[in-house]
Design a binder for this molecule. Structure first.
Ligand SMILES: *[C@@H]1O[C@H](CO)[C@@H](O)[C@H](O)[C@H]1NC(C)=O
Ligand SMILES: *[C@@H]1O[C@H](CO)[C@@H](O)[C@H](O)[C@H]1NC(C)=O
Ligand SMILES: *[C@@H]1O[C@H](CO)[C@@H](O)[C@H](O)[C@H]1NC(C)=O
Ligand SMILES: *[C@@H]1O[C@H](CO)[C@@H](O)[C@H](O)[C@H]1NC(C)=O
Ligand SMILES: *[C@@H]1O[C@H](CO)[C@@H](O)[C@H](O)[C@H]1NC(C)=O
Length: 484
């Protein structure tokens, strides 16, 4: 037993040495302003009010309003003390947001907001929601106290006769020109620490984009959330070698899958962790990945289908298939391109060295749900530009994170917009935009006791102690459409 634990540690140290080298070369010349604890989304530091109070806001493309805790809450000590800001203007009007699991209620105020890491953006006065009550929204020990919503106005927080201006709109108004933003999410820097890093940047049309790699653009089909055309999600087989798939992967789009994926809507949401897929597509993909993995070792159903963590005595080199996500191209309605996601990205490191053990735990970065959500797992290792005013999202490979790639463009024989019914209009008359209730962070606290899976029988004795870890999953629920 002793022998086993020592050898596991030795193996790990070798891997660590390598990873530390790799991560150093990533960090050189890289400025990270986004951080996330294990299992949580990425957040950015903000100064609110005068004199400034510092907080971390979760960067969320799945909602629109800047919302901040303004009272003591369970599991978090830090909150915005509105009465200590000399510049606060509190309307007293109630606003609220509902989630598929959880909600908050607060009131509408406005104050000065500045992000220390965004040097090209001035301090602006913007609307904020001061959260006074919440249910299943904040988490114990989460590193953030509020949300920075980056989507379009229709999915802002809701209140009677209230329109809550977003921070992005305030910036556009102040600078008198549209500003785009870019998320470069890098994931974990090494396998010994589950904290993940990234960069959040604002770009106007004159700002030079230093990444010269080809950019692939997908249109925003409806400007509420970032709703895009996800044409298919597939497994690409590699030769069981950790390398990228060797062949280009353009295939004809399967109409049935495409209709299924976009039946409700498909959104790009940095406030959600996983890639969420309609149940049938999810089961198909997981089945295929599982078949590939079953040759090497056995991981139980709980891991694949129920979001449980799997833990190993050392970091894993995953020899698994890649996942391909086909997105409609902005250039022609029969054209698409493909995001190729490696197993290092979708087998997410969620905790390391917990509870006095040396185990590294992973969770599957895929989940089943009613609609398609490209959570941050689909963005890690890529550089994603949200051009809000022009209505497209640009994808490029990046110099940090996993070696995710983009291939294409590919041509289909017919219009994908027609065959996948992507232009289904939302009937504006039937939907009260103001009454649109959004929902973003269904918070599910999973896995009080994490299941432990073992590679070699000899290691079994080492990890009898049950591992405990708390994880969250952020998600968006359907727009509640209300009759006017
Ligand atoms: C949060 O922490 C409090 C006490 O610190 C505890 O009573 C509560 O059960 C925790 N909630 C969750 C969801 O873990
Ligand atoms: C991971 O890194 C962060 C920041 O570098 C540090 O604060 C944290 O304690 C580390 N966690 C572990 C488990 O080592
Ligand atoms: C946003 O899109 C418009 C129109 O396509 C383009 O002119 C502008 O340069 C884009 N902005 C950025 C930052 O790429
Ligand atoms: C695995 O990759 C190496 C180099 O990247 C290559 O030489 C080898 O043939 C590959 N193995 C298989 C089974 O394709
Ligand atoms: C795809 O279609 C575009 C025009 O729609 C054409 O310019 C391009 O050559 C085509 N590419 C291929 C690989 O057929």
């Amino acid at each position: 037993m002793r022998l086993c634990s020592i050898s596991a540690k030795m193996m790990r140290n070798t891997v660590y040495g390598f990873l530390v080298l790799v991560s150093l070369s990533y960090t050189l010349g890289e400025e990270f302003n986004l951080f996330g604890d294990a299992g949580q989304a990425y957040s950015v530091e903000v100064n609110l009010g005068h004199p400034p109070q510092k907080f971390n806001l979760l960067v969320d493309t799945g909602s629109t309003t800047l919302a901040i805790a303004s009272q003591v809450r369970q599991g978090g000590k830090s909150f915005f003390k509105a009465n200590e800001s000399t510049t606060i203007w509190d309307s007293g009007k109630q606003v609220q947001a509902k989630y598929s699991q959880g909600m908050w209620v607060g009131h509408l105020a406005s104050d000065w907001v500045q992000f220390p890491s965004l040097s090209n953006i001035p301090e602006v006065r913007t609307d904020l929601a001061l959260i006074t009550e919440s249910h299943k929204f904040f988490m114990n020990g989460s590193g953030w106290q509020g949300l920075l919503g980056l989507a379009y106005l229709p999915v802002g927080a809701w209140g009677e006769n209230v329109v809550v201006e977003s921070w992005l709109d305030s910036v556009d108004r102040t600078l008198k020109k549209p500003i785009s933003f870019q998320l470069k999410l890098c994931g974990v820097l090494n396998a010994t620490n589950a904290t993940h890093y990234g960069n959040f940047k604002m770009l106007d049309d004159a700002t030079e984009n230093k990444n010269t790699n080809q950019s692939y653009q997908t249109p925003v089909l409806r400007q509420r959330w970032y709703e895009v055309g996800v044409l298919s999600v597939r497994v690409i087989n590699t030769n069981n070698n950790n390398s990228a798939p060797t062949q280009s992967t353009g295939t004809d789009i399967d109409n049935e899958i495409c209709l299924k994926l976009n039946e409700e809507k498909s959104i790009v949401d940095s406030g959600t962790t996983n890639i969420r897929l309609p149940d049938t597509v999810f089961r198909e993909i997981v089945g295929q990945i599982r078949n590939a993995v079953s040759k090497i070792n056995v991981i139980s159903d709980e891991f694949w289908y129920h979001g449980e963590a799997g833990c190993w005595p050392q970091p894993q080199e995953w020899s698994l298939p890649w996942i391909a996500i086909d997105l409609l191209s902005v250039d022609a309605d029969n054209q698409y391109f493909t995001l190729e996601i490696p197993p290092q990205t979708y087998m997410r490191v969620v905790s390391t060295g917990e509870a006095g053990t040396d185990f590294v735990c992973y969770k599957l970065g895929l989940e089943a749900g009613p609609e398609t959500v490209l959570g941050y797992t689909a963005m890690e290792g890529l550089q994603v530009l949200f051009n809000r005013s022009a209505g497209w999202i640009g994808w490029q490979t990046s110099n940090c994170g996993s070696n995710a790639r983009i291939t294409g463009p590919y041509n289909a024989s017919t219009s994908l917009i027609d065959s996948c019914q992507l232009r289904r209009p939302v009937s504006e008359t039937a939907v009260s935009i103001r009454a649109a209730q959004w929902a973003l962070c269904a918070i599910s606290i999973i896995a009080a006791g994490v299941l432990v899976y073992l590679l070699a029988p000899c290691v079994k004795a080492v990890c009898r102690k049950p591992l405990r870890t708390q994880q969250i999953s952020l998600s968006t629920a359907a727009l509640v459409e209300q009759e006017t």
